[in-house]
Design a protein around this ligand. Structure first.
Ligand SMILES: *Cc1c(COP(=O)(O)O)cnc(C)c1O
Length: 380
């Protein structure tokens, strides 16, 4: 398909007004964390119905700081899901804590909450599930379980800013909730992330954790009591994030329209397993559209399928590899076969293009290419 425009699998939409606003920040003389960080945090806090929010340089930094804020340290166990991004594993290990992996549901890809209680032991301190686009972790069940066992919760909401649970935005209630503003997410600050926390005291502790561990003393000098990080977001990024947050509803509506088109037009033989189908007023946001290939019925590998799409100018991704089977994950004693759904997804998943700069015609092109490739390369 020469001539068709290359289709990225994710791409941010940054308008001229935002680019001009960044110019103003650059000319203001205040480019690292300052007034725009405060404004971005205030807007995010309003979005989260008044809960305190602090922004950081990434969701990875946000998860690291959230684990520290929750007091997770050496020997502690954190229950999490094997179907997520490397951050989740890495940041638990970075605290010298132990990741305890639970399998996910095959269609929603969210942690199987029914399997969590059996993994709670004397060293368990927290549950850190990742919310998947199209379907949130059951937050009533999650918080009931956490309360029953006295555990902290860190919701990895990197993919789902704008999703709602029973009408309320993710982040507007609960314990610690982290967002990502990486360019592939629903809104971007280029790099960036945030933590929603419980009260002013926690917000103050995040201020210290994200900036070297520095405490200001009454005599005007400073002290550090632990090895803090350096995760403060610059104003340039905060200015972009603030402009993007205003456009979040527009982006989400556009993404949802594209997903509805995928559900209308994505018909392959043999069939792929699709994400949960959107229902009217279900409150879900759609950051990614991931399908499971019918590998047993295919005469081509996933790699060959993705390469063939790339040749037609269609970029794809893999979300995600199985965390427990990474070299780092296996160090904690995990083996193939431990988490069947997580492993099946890791082997067969393909992330198709979905972003606010796409059109319905782009979706049709992806659907036609997938139907064509699967139809031509499957045993009948
Ligand atoms: C993108 C992502 C992260 C990390 O976000 P960064 O801002 O790039 O650090 C964490 N968890 C999930 C599920 C993600 O998709």
């Amino acid at each position: 398909m020469t001539g068709a425009r290359p289709l990225k699998f994710a791409s941010p939409l940054i308008d001229e007004a935002t680019i001009a606003a960044v110019g103003d920040v650059l000319r203001s003389g205040h480019v690292t964390s300052g007034p725009w960080v405060e404004r971005f945090e205030a807007a995010l806090s309003a979005f989260c119905e008044g809960r305190p929010v602090r922004v950081l340089t990434s969701a990875t930094a946000a998860i690291e700081v959230a684990l520290q804020l929750a007091g997770i340290g050496p020997g502690d166990e954190v229950i999490t899901c094997g179907q997520s991004f490397f951050t989740v594993l890495n940041m638990i290990v970075k605290q010298r804590a132990t990741p305890v992996f639970v399998d996910c549901e095959l269609v929603t890809r969210n942690i199987e909450l029914g399997r969590v209680a059996a993994r709670i032991g004397p060293r368990t301190r927290a549950i850190m599930p990742t919310h998947w686009p199209g379907s949130l972790v059951d937050l009533d069940a999650l918080y009931a379980l956490a309360r029953r066992h006295g555990l902290r919760v860190i919701e990895d909401a990197a993919l789902v800013i704008g999703s709602r649970w029973e009408g309320r935005p993710v982040g507007s209630f609960g314990d610690l909730v982290t967002f990502s503003f990486h360019p592939n997410k629903n809104i971007t600050s280029i790099e960036g992330g945030a933590i929603v926390c419980n009260d002013a005291d926690e917000a103050r502790r995040i201020d210290v954790l994200r900036f070297h561990g520095i405490e200001r003393l009454p005599d005007g000098t400073r002290d550090v009591a632990f090895a803090g990080g350096k995760f403060n977001l610059p104003d340039v990024n905060a200015r972009i994030g603030l402009a993007q947050l205003e456009r979040l509803p527009t982006f989400l509506a556009h993404r949802r329209g594209l997903v509805e088109r995928y559900f209308e037009r994505f018909k392959t033989k043999p069939a792929c397993m699709l994400p949960p189908e959107p229902r009217d007023d279900d409150g879900q946001s759609w950051n990614m559209f991931c399908v499971l290939l019918p590998l047993e019925e295919m005469r081509m590998s996933r790699k060959a399928f993705r390469d063939a799409l790339a040749e037609r100018g269609i970029a794809t991704g893999i979300s995600y590899e199985a965390l427990h089977l990474t070299t780092l994950g296996r160090r904690f004693g995990y083996h193939r076969g431990d988490l069947p759904n997580t492993e099946r997804i890791a082997a067969a998943t393909v992330t198709l293009p979905l972003h606010a700069a796409m059109t319905v015609d782009d979706v049709d092109r992806v659907c036609a290419a997938c139907a064509d490739l699967l139809g031509a390369n499957c045993a009948q």
